[in-house]
Ligand binder design. Structure first.
Ligand code: FES
Length: 137
């Protein structure tokens, strides 16, 4: 199995607790968040209609998009609103609610590193993305 490659995108001192910073990873804007000393990273574009999540509001462990107020758990990428209020007998509504792409993070000394996404033709991440968030080497 090919070893995952992590690249430095920021330093710990650049993101105080509760703050957001946008970084670039392979020409993609990625949002970094410091939640009480644990760091999380996710795609800067809202999966709903591409809203700017770096301009969103942090509500505990969720980021709220400024355009239509969808909320995503920054640890898992799962939609926590409006998915939680859609009736189960209306599956077409649930189909319109996507998940946020999250990135694996490593903290090495004072550096914040993100795992590069797979290249073309590689399998996509399988939801384990945030499990290593905030771990140090
Ligand atoms: S674009 Fe983010 S909620 Fe619609």
């Amino acid at each position: 199995m090919k070893r995952k490659r992590f690249v430095k995108v920021a330093e710990i001192g650049q993101i105080p607790p509760g703050q957001i910073k946008t970084v670039n990873l392979q020409d993609q804007n990625v949002v970094l968040i410091n939640l009480g000393g644990s760091y999380f990273a996710f795609d800067a574009r809202c999966p709903h209609q591409g809203g700017p999540l770096a301009e969103g509001t942090l509500c505990e462990e969720a980021i709220q998009c400024p355009w239509h107020h969808h909320r995503y758990d920054v640890r898992t990428g799962q939609n926590v609103y409006p998915k939680n209020v859609y009736p189960a007998d209306m599956p077409w509504l649930l189909e319109q609610v996507g998940s946020l792409q999250v990135y694996r993070i490593k903290i090495k000394g004072a550096d914040i590193l993100l795992e590069e996404p797979p290249g073309p033709g590689c399998p996509s991440p399988d939801g384990e993305a945030a499990q290593d968030a905030g771990k140090t080497e």
